[in-house]
Design a protein around this ligand. Structure first.
Ligand code: HEM
Ligand SMILES: *[C@@H]1O[C@H](CO)[C@@H](O)[C@H](O)[C@H]1NC(C)=O
Ligand SMILES: *[C@@H]1O[C@H](CO)[C@@H](O)[C@H](O)[C@H]1NC(C)=O
Length: 339
């Protein structure tokens, strides 16, 4: 009996030592994001963001899509740290000048507006990176998409990466293989690639982004003749608004069926050869094992399944290389690091 107690005490000591050790190794960079991060410091943070995302989307219906994309372009370059929001300044070359972003990325003024109201309510508490994550969630919800709880506590970077923006954001003429490795570099798998590509259920793209796709003389599918016919009609319409040269900035909806709604029509579109971008098309044309095609069919026929997968994948995306604890800073102005 005495012996048993003795062992018990040793066991407790061993467990305590383990816990203490675990705490020690849990250094600043391992601080995880949490749901109620602003509960004490800025309880209205999420309300303020939502309200302004709503206002901005009424003013400009495309804004919901643009805000979603902003979060993506933030996370793929050095992690979700609001590096994408920095303007040119002294040592900083803005990511806004990089090829995927220039004349394309939008919504910066909306983020400024949200930040302004947050600074009024709770100065220097809410990071720009968290604003991007909350705004993306609200933008999707507002357009009829899934809602999810946003993990918070991100901090803002002290620098931008122009070259990173050129390197890590996938181009619309990427092969499937390139897309997969692009996502893998960020710790995202093929399932995430398919689900997150479903973002192209809303918003628009410029002629320069889909020109190559509509002029490349590649058959959509030799196996399915009828599909190929539908594809050529679709292509003819697109060619009429996007000539072989010029009109680079003419816009076409990414989802021609329901351009302003967040739904699963994107997957129906790509199955019919009517995805706008090359990167949309390759999901069904270059998938030789048919695994992606299976998932695309599943999402096309079950919007709940797509919504659940999308929510899981975007939460995962929102965790890429986040700065937490006392890394980085809380920017007062999302366009500049604090001096
Ligand atoms: C799979 C690789 C991807 C590629 C190659 C790609 C590429 C593009 C391109 C070229 C455009 C049009 C830009 C323009 O012409 O101005 C676009 C628009 C858009 N992308 Fe993606 N994208 C990808 C993944 C994603 C992801 C993961 C998201 C969100 C999580 C996303 C959200 C959007 C949205 C919402 C728009 C419309 C933006 C607007 O109307 O302002 N995309 N994308
Ligand atoms: C993709 O487009 C870019 C810019 O238009 C071009 O330089 C590049 O060669 C294209 N890549 C492929 C694989 O077609
Ligand atoms: C496209 O299909 C047509 C008709 O089957 C064929 O003659 C042509 O070679 C194909 N083109 C390509 C690039 O595969």
């Amino acid at each position: 009996m005495e012996n048993f107690n003795f062992n018990g005490i040793f066991l407790i000591i061993a467990i305590l030592a383990l816990i203490l050790h675990a705490n020690e190794t849990l250094s600043e960079e391992d601080v995880p994001l949490v749901y109620d991060y602003y509960k004490e410091t800025c309880p209205l943070a999420e309300d303020i963001v939502r309200r302004h995302v709503e206002i901005a989307s009424v003013r400009d219906p495309r804004m919901a899509a643009s805000l979603l994309r902003l979060h993506f372009h933030d996370c793929f370059v050095m992690g979700c740290d609001a590096s994408v929001l920095l303007d040119d300044y002294e040592g900083t070359v803005s990511e806004k000048q990089a090829v995927p972003n220039f004349n394309s990325l939008r919504g910066f003024e909306v983020i400024d507006e949200i930040k302004y109201y947050l600074e009024e309510s709770c100065p220097c508490k809410v990071s720009c990176a968290d604003i991007l994550a909350i705004a993306a969630r609200d933008a999707v919800g507002l357009r009829g998409g899934p809602r999810w709880e946003v993990l918070l506590g991100r901090r803002d970077s002290l620098e931008a990466s122009f070259s990173g923006a050129n390197q890590f954001i996938p181009a619309p003429n990427s092969s499937l293989e390139t897309l997969i490795s692009n996502f893998e570099l960020q710790g995202l798998d093929v399932g995430d690639l398919i689900a997150l590509s479903g973002s192209h259920t809303m918003g628009k793209a410029r002629c320069v982004s889909f020109r190559q796709r509509i002029y490349d003389d590649v058959n959509y599918s030799r196996k399915h003749r009828d599909k190929y016919k539908r594809y050529t009609t679709f292509r003819r319409i697109l060619r009429s608004i996007c000539p072989e040269s010029g009109k680079d900035h003419t816009l076409a909806p990414l989802d021609h069926m329901t351009p302003a709604k967040f739904d699963n029509h994107y997957f129906l579109n790509i199955l019919q050869g009517k995805g706008l971008l090359g990167s949309d098309t390759v999901l069904v044309t270059e998938d030789h094992e048919g695994e992606i095609l299976k998932k695309v069919w599943a999402f096309a026929s079950d919007h709940e399944l797509f919504f659940d997968s999308f929510a899981k994948s975007i939460v995962k995306m929102g965790n890429i290389n986040v700065l937490t604890g006392d890394q980085g800073e809380i920017r007062r102005n999302c366009r500049f690091v604090n001096t």
